[in-house]
Design a protein. Sequence first.
Length: 277
Amino acid sequence: MDAVGSFLMDQLLKMQWLSDLIAIFIDALGLDASSRWGGTLHFFIYDTIKIVILLCVMIFIISYIQSYFPPERSKHILGRFKGFSGNVVGALLFTIGLFTVCTRGYALFTGKACYLFDNPLPAYLLDLLVFWVGNLLGAMLIAGLEHLTGMVGGETGIDATAAALVEGKMGATYLGLFVLGILCNICIFIAVNGYANNPHQVGKYLALFLGVSVFILCGTEHSVADMYYWSVSGVLYAQPGESVLRLLIISLGNVVGGVFFPLMEKGKRRLDLPEAP
């Protein structure tokens, strides 16, 4: 039974067969998949194909569900949650997303930024840039696909709700967005670090839930979530320069917030070191 579970986990969910095929392709090009450039190419091709496959499966499942559960009913139900209750529902749903990222090992910019100083520089900065661009393209793709589902359009559509959120973000000061980005990724670090290091399964899930809940209920800025809001609202395409600038400011704040505790821990370890004789 364990062998069957391991096989399903590796081959079906992680798509190890796809990773092996791409590694063979990389070798055929004369590159080493374990090298920096070979690994980057492998990551890009593997994740692109894997995401496309997952999106196709998701679209099929969503389309099947919508045949029994139309978008109008979904919008009516979700429209009941506003204010604090809406933030609570958002926290619960976002926790599911972060749980998926952590368990599957996906590359989320905000999570990867927390480990900036645990990796060789400047090579890891290039990795972060790849993650950022990949997350932006993914957000744009998801937002584009949602226009085909019926969830977009009208006063209660997702785009209208996102537009209201983005309007506030476009009116905020750059410093305000930067500070809110810092506070957000402090919470994200607590969540992902707690998930990675807590020895108890319940503790892992509580770390994710509490970290995500705090940053959502406090109204902080998560750059990847904002990429989606800007994309689905259409503001990213209407005002691309200002939109990207604000996303970069939020992302920089996320980086600073993500490395806050690691730098504090490094400083504490240095202070605890005994003096050299």
